[in-house]
Design a protein around this ligand. Structure first.
Ligand code: KG4
Ligand code: ZN
Length: 341
């Protein structure tokens, strides 16, 4: 019997060109990330055409580095996993085409992975004891979801944003504060110097589903506040704005996640996605979870933002449950969580 399973994983859904080798779903043998942030900074956000071109330039190099870093030859890999959605179609296509070519040339099984299911699986890497079922708060640049993880390949969305994603709100407010792209880490840092109670920004209540989120009203409230200050020639304390805005986001995320866990009788809560690396969100949730007897899990920051290790973790469980994609696998920019193609 062969004891260990190695997955070569590829991620190119947005502005990170990444490859990794994962052993048995939880052990990272290598994790190579080429971040394009410096390129996109100039434009204040990700430019899809530039992202695709850079992925093409970098993808072979990161895959080579991932194999070398893991001291593995391609022949020793058991399967090739790749993100095939959701994301930017041109960016996704680079990873999908590359994975298909490698799988075909090396005669390896191909496993398509959902990007958000990858973010959730990032939690398996450093938490040996974490197994489904658990509740996961997914907060990234494009998504804000409360997901019941019923099994490694079974998901139920219990709450979602009706408008902006949490990360999107961070990026837009950061731009208004003149902090540049990507805004999340910059707001996070600036907020540490401010007073989170200086300005009371609204916490939106959404009708219909108590677990749903809405962040566009909050974003507008921050922009209105900044405009009003400018018109009245009042000096803005940017650190206070950053801290108060961040607190409003974190307050809503924490309240919803804890409320859902309590209502559903779930004692394990995981965080996932780029915004999960926010230091105040981690602290606030940790405090709230302690009071409620809920165990909180979150990945190290490097596994929160886009990476291929998380795709390898999700890919391993998909591979184990028999998922195999053909060479007709295509990029699916609006792929839904739990959707099987
Ligand atoms: O998961 P991710 O890398 O990409 C998507 O799948 O969208 O998330 C990127 C998002 C960006 O909006 C970025 O501003 C946000 O995560 N982010 C943060 C922090 N680090 C990254 N937001 C708040 N605080 C942070 N420390
Ligand atoms: Zn992501």
């Amino acid at each position: 019997m062969k004891e260990d399973t190695y997955i070569l994983a590829i991620e190119s859904s947005c502005d990170e060109t990444a490859a990794a080798v994962i052993k048995n779903g939880r052990e990272v043998c290598s994790n190579i990330i080429f971040s394009q942030i410096e390129l996109h900074k100039l434009y204040g956000g990700v430019v899809p055409e530039i992202a695709s071109r850079k992925h093409i330039e970098k993808i072979n190099q990161v895959i080579k580095e991932a194999l070398v870093g893991a001291s593995l030859r391609l022949e020793e890999v058991d399967a090739v996993a790749v993100t095939y959605g959701p994301g930017l179609v041109g960016a996704l296509l680079v990873g999908v085409a590359e994975a298909k070519a490698i799988a075909y040339a090396a005669g390896k099984p191909l496993v398509g992975v959902h990007h958000i299911e990858g973010h959730i699986a990032a939690n398996y890497i450093e938490h040996e004891d974490l197994e489904p079922p658990f509740l996961c708060l997914v907060v990234s640049g494009g998504h804000t979801h409360l997901v019941k993880v019923l099994d490694y390949d079974k998901f139920e969305i219990v709450g979602r944003t009706r408008d902006d994603a949490a990360g999107e709100a961070f990026d837009k407010v950061a731009r208004a504060l003149g902090l540049g792209y990507p805004g999340g880490p910059k707001v996070d840092a600036l907020a540490k110097e401010g007073n989170k109670e200086a300005i009371v920004f609204p916490r939106a209540k959404v009708e219909g589903n108590e677990y749903d989120f809405s962040f566009s009203g909050l974003k507008s409230a921050v922009l209105n506040y900044l405009n009003k200050c400018e018109m009245q020639r009042i000096e803005v304390n940017r650190a206070d704005v950053a801290a108060s805005f961040q607190y409003a986001v974190i307050d809503v995320l924490t309240t919803h996640a804890i409320h859902a866990a309590k209502q559903m009788g779930i004692t394990k809560l995981a965080l996932a996605g780029g915004v999960a690396s926010n230091s105040s969100l981690r602290e606030n949730l940790q405090k709230a979870c302690k009071g409620e007897g809920v165990h909180l899990y979150y990945p190290s920051p490097i596994y929160c933002t886009d990476n291929a290790a998380m795709i390898g973790a999700a890919g391993f469980y998909a591979y184990q449950s028999g998922v195999r994609h053909g060479l007709d696998l295509n990029a699916v920019p609006n792929l839904k969580i739990g959707q099987k193609i």
